[in-house]
Design a protein around this ligand. Sequence first.
Ligand code: IPM
Ligand code: MG
Length: 369
Amino acid sequence: MSNEKSLVLMPGDGIGPEVVGEAARVADWLIARRRLPIRTSEVPYGYTAYKATGEMLPAATAEALNAADAILFGATGGPERDALPMAVRRKGSLLSIRKELGLYANLRPVKPFPALIDSSPLKADVIRNVDMIILRELNGGIYFGEPRGVEDLPDGGRRGFNTEVYTTPEIQRIARVAFRLAEARSGRVCSVDKANVMDCSRLWREEVTALHAAEFPHIELSHMYVDNAAMQIVRRPDQFDVIVTGNIFGDILSDVAAPITGSLGMLPSASLNIAADGSVRRALFEPVHGSAPDIAGKGVANPLGAILSLAMALRHSFAAADAADEVEQAVAAALAGGARTPDLAALGAATLGTRQMGDAVLAALEANA
Ligand code: IPM
Ligand code: MG
């Protein structure tokens, strides 16, 4: 079947295999029942792969990632992985995959499900109308900037340093994604920087402003310093539509925003390589939560971040918006029916395991079918 597209599952470490396992069941259901022309395969990565091959990212996995229409990734990290030599970790790191595949646009949507409004530590009235997307630049900034390192000083002490760096083209391409996203939403972009202190941020602000004037004057653009943005996300998150920001600010702000959804376990993400014409060249989808070694292997992790990441893959890589809606509605229905993994439950309330939460989503899909 020539029009069949490939979805590569890369479970990784920690709770990755458990949560991707549930997303895979949802994918299988859609492929069978909605006849989606998608072929799935699974590749080893991370500490599991290292044990078997001596490499975190074996050559065959790298090839599969290169050839994939979309990748669904679980998580990486944990004490065993962290104990590996730095060279091994760097070579196959998630950061190197993001860079290698040119995944420069990281979309982190934040929108609470109605059934979880009371699971948030923030007041219901504050979060009820939140529907924002944090667009994080993922290939540049201080994560990759040179020079970087730790050096010995003559006085016996040491000096550690990293470099925050952005060029005009890097700023323009992520800002363009932000403005295009806003065109399809409520038409507002807030660019977050630290232009009152950092030269790199001053350039960021100037370039975003210039691009806005030249190409997107119909979009409402505002600027905010990152410290204020962190506070505003907690104080009045419903003022935001699209937030666009650099790599490290986006890393921090997306964790700040997570409790709006009730739990970090709910957040999906898409990391995209977008061509100039707006088409998606490469894509990796992953829950934001990470490897959670403390609960790995216990069958209690929340698989909804992974399942919602699958929904993002359906929307962005497989032109299957109906199926994506169906998945999101099934998650909403499962939650409305009271399904809660421990991260979402009130103290002392009954909880479901990872597999049972997957069952609840599949049951909701069946009920709608
Ligand atoms: C994230 C994570 C990663 C990051 C870590 C695991 C390197 O925190 O995706 O937000 O900092 O980008
Ligand atoms: Mg992070």
